[in-house]
Write a protein that binds this ligand. Sequence first.
Ligand SMILES: [Zn+2]
Length: 296
Amino acid sequence: MPTLTELKKFAQYHLVRRVHDHPAREEELGLVSLGYDPARFADEIRALSDRFEVREVEDVRYAGRAHTIFSVTTPNAHAAKKRLLVLSGVHGNEHAGIVCVPEIAARLERERDALADVAVQILTPVNPVGAAELSRLNGEGYDVNRDFVLFLTPEARVVRAAFDAFRPDFVVSLHEGPQEATFMFANEHVSAALADRLLAALVAGGTTLADKDYFGATLRPRGLSPSSPAARAVLRLWAATLKMMPTGEFAARRGLPELTLESGWRSPDRDARVRPHVDLVLAVAHELTHAAATTH
Ligand SMILES: [Zn+2]
């Protein structure tokens, strides 16, 4: 369990939009790096261009270097009936949500025939400076996942542009946190029945679901932090007073379901951290396929 000091530190991230003036490293909360290598990752993403539409959507400058945000889209984008947007690495130091992308692409490729009706676009890493610097924050010290009211950061503007251009039916954002095991936040447009089926898919893939979130609150059902009237009131207040909004609420206000996945960053087991990200994206894509088949 995190200590009280650690919890205070983490709570601070929910109250301050610009936490530092630089991409500060986070070492107090037991985060185990998965050894993300920006150059190698960029090579892996570019190597997908024979099977996916790969674009470099933004170069974010930091300390004299350009850090690329990539877009990887399945080739069926124009004909597909449903569209899934995946946000990878909004918090740069949550590496499992980034290094999983080549494996997600491999699975999408392998299951391409079954998923013909679903287009998938992945933005990765949404926060490339933070990813390279092992920081939650962007190059100017902003938490990108608080910036969906004011859009002060180029990273949040890239996400908004993808919402506008790709017009997703569903959004999945890949994160990690200091809790043990894995859970997900669902916004108000994700039904309980759908969340249950997706949790079952995670368990079937070997993922351990958390019974508590990172503040120690009990999760019911295990692995899920559902939207509630109280949580929505807090989100509204947060947006109105502090002008802070995460992607899940941004999606909710556009009528879109979003899941925010949180694997446990304290684990040195790379596979256990990467697997839920891969399995969730694929499970959502298959759910959208079923939805495309039953709606006309
Ligand atoms: Zn995060």
